[in-house]
Each structure stands twice: as structure tokens, then as C-alpha cells.
Design a protein around this ligand. Structure first.
Ligand code: FAD
Length: 126
């Protein structure tokens, strides 16, 4: 079953989680299945602990420590097509540059950046 938690129940202490069933029938603009709420399907699960175990935001620590990095609207690092940031010798790729995306895009960005870093080092060392 496809479900999504929508509310943690309880006042001082957690007593449960309200969920709603999701259907994956609709396709988005790119043809990818998009989840949609099944109307009237809310249900609760009794629980005394709720652990949020996924995150799709980038760790702000690294970015805040790097002076000179240019950040996009959603807190991402702005890079050129080779993953080059505004900070000399610093490259970025993957979710930190695109926002939440996919493994294959992150791997592709890493490969492009690796080639660009190699080119840069060869130029600077000759
Ligand atoms: C629930 C969920 C399901 C997903 N399912 C899919 C899927 O089915 N298919 C798919 O293609 N993609 C999926 N994705 C997306 C995919 O996981 C990401 O796009 C991908 O992992 C991005 O790779 P990345 O290397 O850019 O970032 P990450 O994989 O997030 O790697 C970043 C790494 O940097 C480390 N880090 C952060 N801050 C610091 C710091 N200050 N110092 C040192 N290290 C640090 C983190 O611990 C982490 O190991 C899913 C994502 C989520 C959250």
C-alpha cells in the first residue's frame, strides 16, 4: 500500500500518526507517475514515537562555511555546466546543485566535474 503520513497525533506525547492512502496513477508533465491522495482514505496508526527519517534538503553547514559560494533560490549551490562554483577550485554537483533529483543525475554531474577538474589541473601544472 502506498501511504503518506500527514499528521502526528497527541499533545504533549505522541499517540499516533494520521496517514492517507496514495495512488500512483496520475502522470506528471514528464510522463512520470505522480502520487495523488485517495479521497476519504485517512487512517491512523497507534504509535508512541515518530521518527522522521528522510530529508531532501542539503546540509547547510558546508555551504555556510564556504565564503564566496553563490546560492540559488532553494539554497542550492549555483554551478556552471562543468560543476564549477563561483569559488575558485571548488566544484559541486548532485542534489546540492540541482535540488532533490536522482542518483543518475548526481553521477553524471560528478563525472563532468571530474573531467573539468582534471583539465584545470593539467592547465595549471603546465
Ligand atoms: C527517500 C528517497 C528516495 C529516493 N529514491 C530515489 C530513487 O529511487 N532513484 C533515484 O535515482 N534517486 C532517488 N532519490 C534521490 C537520490 O537519493 C539523490 O538524488 C542522490 O542520492 C543525490 O546524490 P548526491 O551525491 O548529490 O547526494 P547524497 O547522496 O545526499 O550525498 C551527499 C553526502 O554528503 C554528506 N555530507 C553532507 N554534509 C556534509 C559535510 N558537511 N561534510 C561531509 N559530508 C557531508 C552526506 O552525509 C551524504 O553522504 C531518493 C531520495 C530520497 C530522499
Amino acid at each position: 500500500m502506498c501511504a503518506n503520513p500527514v499528521r502526528v497525533l497527541g499533545n504533549q506525547e505522541t499517540t499516533g500518526v494520521e496517514c492517507v492512502k496514495m495512488s500512483m496513477c496520475d502522470l506528471d508533465d514528464t510522463g512520470r507517475p505522480a502520487p495523488s491522495i485517495v479521497k476519504g482514505s485517512h487512517f491512523t496508526i497507534d504509535a508512541d514515537i515518530f521518527i522522521e527519517a528522510i530529508g531532501q534538503d542539503t546540509n547547510p553547514l558546508l555551504i555556510s562555511e564556504l565564503n564566496g559560494i553563490v546560492r540559488g533560490k532553494r539554497g542550492t549551490i549555483i554551478v556552471d555546466e562543468d560543476g564549477r562554483t563561483a569559488l575558485r577550485h571548488v566544484y559541486a554537483g548532485g542534489d546540492v546543485a540541482t535540488g532533490a533529483a536522482t542518483v543518475i543525475l548526481a553521477m553524471g554531474a560528478a563525472k563532468k566535474a571530474a573531467f573539468a577538474i582534471d583539465r584545470m589541473l593539467r592547465e595549471e601544472c603546465t
